[in-house]
Design a protein around this ligand. Structure first.
Ligand code: NAD
Ligand code: LMR
Length: 334
């Protein structure tokens, strides 16, 4: 029996993600929570003949608590997406820039991503503290630390269970993507691709490819022209990641995936990673192994090229800043 819950289930990512989870035969119960429209989404999905029993919840009458009760896996795509000209960091909390770019619409901080994630994480920590939490809401480099800090505040933090699935390029071509999830913090290790680059691939072509991967999200934001960011590809990646967690929890061995995790998850793996990075980072995206308890092992970067080492070095200052923004949102420095 597996209960999966989507928080933000009526949104651009939430709806196709809920559909993909409903299609997963391992999911037996699906809880859908949003501030709008979940009863309709749930009624629609319930007409699909797969095992999962679907229920939609709204904030009144303890809807969040009801949605989360008994949850095994919680996926969070709740929050505001980017418009052209915005960075993911602009989604963190209210700023003049944010309100202007949102057509003069004023959204109080509690309705922007950092506040949304803090409140949802509080709901999970108090109702389903053992659930695996997969955070999609941006800026991921900071929202994952927010979830962890809230769990710590409630004394239920388990670093194996707060994770995020990074976008992988496709099923056939696997490229580990390490670091974080915004601009220069996204570091593709093309030297470790399942399909090595052709010999004679020029430095210019390599730089162009790396830049395209780092700013692939912006490409979609631009093409959607104000209607948001990637939804369908993210829903697919989120559902795949949730499926990997469910398979691992059910005992499948050897599942390795790149994921943004707390370094506390595996002290020896973190130490090896810190040695490779020349710096200790509290959160880092790297290949991890999944087991019945969630993330069981951090796999160090391994052999990477000089150019990739330079990319990792360039990512660290931004990543450290993003992590500290998330941590101090919950626990301001004294
Ligand atoms: P969207 O606006 O279409 O959907 C967001 C949903 O969240 C809406 O249905 C909204 O009602 C809901 N919501 C808002 N406040 C809520 C709350 N307090 N509780 C529950 N639900 C709430 O946006 P989207 O395109 O689905 O994107 C959602 C988030 O995912 C954005 O922050 C976006 O930047 C992020 N994103 C991340 C990745 C990634 O790779 N990690 C990829 C794409 C998008
Ligand atoms: C993505 O990479 O597609 C997401 O982080 C959404 C965005 O804002 O680009």
């Amino acid at each position: 029996m597996v209960k999966a819950v989507v928080l933000g289930a009526a949104g651009g990512i939430g709806q196709p993600l809920a559909l993909l989870l409903k299609a997963n035969p391992l999911v037996t119960e699906l809880g859908l929570f949003d501030i709008v429209n979940t009863p309709g989404v749930a009624a629609d999905l319930s007409h699909i003949s797969t095992p999962a029993k679907v229920e939609g919840y709204l904030p009144p009458d303890d809807g969040l608590k009801k949605a989360l009760t008994g949850a095994d896996v919680v996926v969070i795509p709740a929050g505001v997406p980017r418009k052209p000209g915005m960075t993911r960091d602009d989604l963190f909390k209210a700023s003049i820039y944010f309100t202007n770019i949102y057509d003069g619409l004023f959204l109080p901080s509690s309705q922007i991503n950092a506040g949304i994630i803090r409140d949802l994480a509080t709901g999970i920590a108090t109702t389903a503290p053992k659930a695996f939490v997969l955070v999609i809401s941006n800026p991921v480099n900071s929202t994952v630390p927010i979830v962890a800090e809230i769990f710590k505040k409630h004394g239920v933090f388990d670093p194996k269970r707060q994770v995020i699935g990074d976008l992988s390029l496709s099923k056939e071509i696997v490229v580990p993507v390490v670091g974080g999830h915004s601009g220069v913090t996204i570091v593709p290790l093309l030297s470790q691709s399942s399909h090595p680059l052709p010999s004679g691939f020029s430095k210019e072509s390599l730089d162009t490819l790396v830049n395209r991967i780092q700013f692939g999200g912006d490409e979609v934001v631009k093409a959607k022209d104000g209607a948001g960011s990637a939804t369908l590809s993210m829903a697919y990646a989120g559902a795949e990641f949730a499926a990997k967690i469910i398979r691992a929890v059910k005992g499948e061995k050897g599942i390795v995936t790149p994921t943004y995790v707390s370094a506390e998850v595996d002290p020896s793996g973190s130490a090896a990673l810190a040695k490779e990075l020349g710096e200790e980072v509290a959160y880092f995206s790297t290949n991890v192994e999944l087991g019945t308890e969630g993330v069981t092992k951090i796999i160090p970067l391994g052999k990477i090229t000089e150019a990739e080492q330079a990319l990792v070095k360039a990512a660290l200052p931004e990543l450290l800043k993003n992590i500290s923004t998330g941590v101090s949102f919950v626990a301001p420095p004294k």
